[in-house]
Design a protein around this ligand. Sequence first.
Ligand code: SF4
Length: 188
Amino acid sequence: MKTKLIYDYIERLSNLMRNETRREGAEYGLQPVQLEALHYLSICNRYSDTPMGVTEYLGQTKGTVSQSLKVLEKKGFLTKHTDNHDKRITHLKVSSTGKKLLKKTIPTPIFSQACEHLNEPTQTQTISVLKDLLQAIQCANGMKSFGVCGTCRYNQKNKDGSFSCGLTKESLSQNDVLLICREHENVL
Ligand code: SF4
């Protein structure tokens, strides 16, 4: 088995990526976890854009996430909105300033350049291998998959081409289908 070698490569990649994120974030006075929280909020759907969603996705403590969200809000990178149906729920939306910041920092410029050196088939193969490994780790840990809505077992394509969620019974837009969700479950 090549488990140790796979682990070593991924650990090295994680360290390099974390260092790059730290460097990019530092230019804007942000720690890596703050930039990662902002990135998560830019790719998740309306069922997942809450402090609890960020906590589950990042695997950080509630206190750390709460502090990070305060910093991001204070710097104008996100805004808070109370849910229309349940006043206890707060949604976190990335502001236009936050979106501009993410465009410059994630993926980091060095990571983007490195990926451009890989040809198209290699990039596709890499995505497939990493996806399989991620799913295996999440399954072994009993963790939430946080997958893309379009790949969820509850995602329903209607006769008229529109989409809906079999879990929440709500309609989904074309954009919703591309976002990640804390309720996502892989197709059995
Ligand atoms: S279909 Fe699945 S991923 Fe999409 S919103 Fe519903 S539960 Fe979430």
